[in-house]
Write a protein that binds this ligand. Structure first.
Ligand SMILES: Cc1cc2nc3c(=O)[nH]c(=O)nc-3n(C[C@H](O)[C@H](O)[C@H](O)COP(=O)(O)O)c2cc1C
Length: 400
């Protein structure tokens, strides 16, 4: 490799950081730069990680049928969702503990989302609290709520979201129990935290990451620090994670949230067309069709394969958002052609930060995805993302 295409990482290995053109390259570089336990936390999923592989495979199996000689000189990726215009039909998915990748990750992603005009979804379990993130993302901020076992806690979070002016709330319903994440268990990242010797030694081999972590703010679920600020980081994380997964939850909680939340309500983590209909009947404005990026039920189908059935079940009554396995502009186009109005990406954004850092990573990936999507739209003869429909899916039966 040419010498000046190589930068000495702020990290510990000599890795190329210029000439990055795909999220796959970002992922490969992030894998080298991050301690293994951190990379595994981001990349890994439930069980045998079949759902993760399935998410990718199902996207790869779909092709898009181009149309020639349509005037697309004015093509644009802009879309309107929930009455607001955005630069592109994708957002940063909610991600807990993102600052493990690098202190400041939540803030950097929120800043780039604001600058590039896409939504940024802050997680209940984020490492940065909603108020400072709102100061950065402003009206590009959406908030994700885990309804959890403690209704009062959820109500307080909703109140804080309302107070800062959030108008789109995502209620995540696909963690009735914590998933079996084998990599995290092997690395000792599960709660209670007991890092394995291998993890400790591996972290020591990444002094730049370690230094940043040591100098950064104490990591925790910052949205809960007000109520349990006195607890140690670990006791706190354990306490919160017990609140978040709750097998007793049922649709009555969604009804209650619907009554309490005056703005857009989106139910995140739906795969079953019957559940999509229930969400619609209870007055939700949208759903995120998601298998949580393969991080919860390993036997779950891919979002992209159930999507047409969900669109058929609920027609135009709901705004339909898709996530899980989206890695490039073609995947976004395939999602929209399958009936999605909008798409979330999770890991891809963390790979961008892990590979290119806080300044360049988030802006680069947003530009890259937009450019890829625009390129694909023009090949398909479309001037807007809204023109995509199932007629572009190939083979014709794909995804139906
Ligand atoms: C590190 C990490 C943390 C996550 N934390 C949350 C969370 O706190 N709340 C939530 O609703 N989803 C969470 N998710 C799931 C994402 O919102 C999204 O559904 C998933 O990442 C999409 O799949 P993808 O990573 O293949 O794009 C998390 C995902 C990752 C990778």
């Amino acid at each position: 490799m040419h010498r000046n295409r190589i930068e000495r990482a702020e990290g510990d290995k000599v890795v190329p950081t210029k000439g990055i053109f795909t999220t796959r390259q970002m992922e490969d570089i992030a894998r080298k730069r991050l301690p293994r336990a951190v990379f595994d936390f981001v990349e890994g999923g439930a069980g045998a990680e079949l759902a993760i592989a399935r998410n990718r495979r199902r996207f790869e199996e779909i092709a898009l049928l181009p149309q020639a000689l349509r005037d697309c000189a004015a093509a644009s990726t802009e879309v309107t969702i929930f009455g607001r215009r955005y630069a592109a039909p994708f957002a940063v998915a909610p991600m807990g503990f993102a600052d493990l990748v690098r202190p400041g990750t939540d803030r950097a992603l929120a800043r780039a989302a604001k600058e590039k005009n896409i939504p940024y979804v802050l997680s209940t379990a984020a490492t940065t609290a909603i108020e400072p993130i709102n100061a950065i993302a402003q009206d590009n901020l959406w908030f994700q709520l885990y309804p959890g076992s403690d209704e009062a806690m959820a109500a307080r979070l909703m109140e804080r979201a309302l107070n800062v002016g959030v108008t789109t709330l995502l209620a995540t319903v696909d963690i009735p129990v914590p998933a079996k994440r084998v990599r995290d268990r092997m690395n000792g990242l599960a709660i209670p935290l007991r890092p394995s010797l291998r993890t400790v030694l591996d972290v020591a081999r990444h002094p730049a990451w370690l230094m940043r972590a040591a100098l950064g703010e104490r990591l925790g679920m910052a949205n809960f620090m007000d109520s349990k600020g006195g607890m140690s980081g670990l006791a706190h994380a354990e306490f919160v994670s017990r609140q978040l997964s709750c097998p007793a939850l049922d649709w009555r909680r969604i009804e209650a949230i619907r009554k309490a939340w005056p703005h857009n309500l989106v139910i995140k983590g739906i795969l079953n067309p019957r559940d999509a209909l229930t969400a619609s009947k209870l007055g939700a404005d949208g759903i995120v069709v998601s298998n949580h990026g393969g991080r919860q039920l390993d036997a779950a189908p891919a979002s992209i394969e159930v999507f047409p059935a969900i669109r058929d079940a609920c027609g135009d009554a709901l705004t339909l958002i898709l996530d899980s396995g989206v890695r490039n502009g073609d995947d976004i186009a395939k999602s929209l052609a399958s009936g999605a109005d909008f798409v979330l990406l999770g890991r891809a954004f963390l790979y961008a930060v892990g590979s290119m850092g806080l300044e360049r990573g988030p802006a680069t990936i947003i530009d890259m995805l937009r450019e890829e999507l625009l390129n694909t739209l023009i090949h398909l003869g479309c001037t807007t993302p809204g023109e995509l429909n199932r007629e572009f899916l190939w083979p014709p039966a794909a995804g139906r």
